[in-house]
Design a protein around this ligand. Sequence first.
Ligand code: PGA
Length: 251
Amino acid sequence: MRTPFLAGNWKMHKTVSEATALAREIVAGATGSGNRIMVAPPFTALAAVGAIVKGSPVRLGAQNMAGELSGAHTGETSVLMLKDLGVEYVILGHSERRHVYGESDELVNRKVKLALERGMQTILCVGETLEEREADSVESVVAAQLAGGLDGVEEASLGQVTIAYEPVWAIGTGKTATPDDANAVHRFIRDWFAKHYSAKAADAMCIQYGGSVKPDNVRDLMAMEHIDGALVGGASLDADSFLAIATYNKE
Ligand code: PGA
């Protein structure tokens, strides 16, 4: 049984004081749910939010990290610095990193391997653009991103890997893939793991859906066999809406 994993990606939102207020409300409401819950504030708020979520069921995530450990990399943040702040998870290969900041599969792969080596949990994002969907190449795009992002990653490290399937056309647009459409891609991803690793690894793999997840669609998505969680952008910026998602299955 895969534990539901609900994660909030705050992107470039929230000052330190706004982030701490939001984190406090989330911590207060997240207790008692059996789900895995994570928030990824901007870098500037990681330390402050980390202090608030410490000892709570809410895990701390970062939105990105450098592909190198240290050195002359102006503007970059090392996995060592993230670990130093108590960060346990890092989101890698988000479509905004890929499409706005030009990150290649090769760079994403370097980051994934470095994060895994250093004991970090990673959320590897994959997903097609609208043009790719219309060209019927969803599976080839997702397979290439998985193969590229996980090149050289051994099965023993997969326990540290979550996949987030985020169709680019559904991010921040209010358009959600239907639960059936999303589930079909999630099944394809699980089968990809069975083929490239093992049936056991495929079965254990946590696969999140991302793209306009909201309190009113999370249940239908989570009801699907292969959807194990959600990576939430816009709806994670408000405590009530994020908690409604993060504890969607609470009685
Ligand atoms: P959204 O973002 O929920 O605002 O669509 C999702 C994401 O980018 O992870």
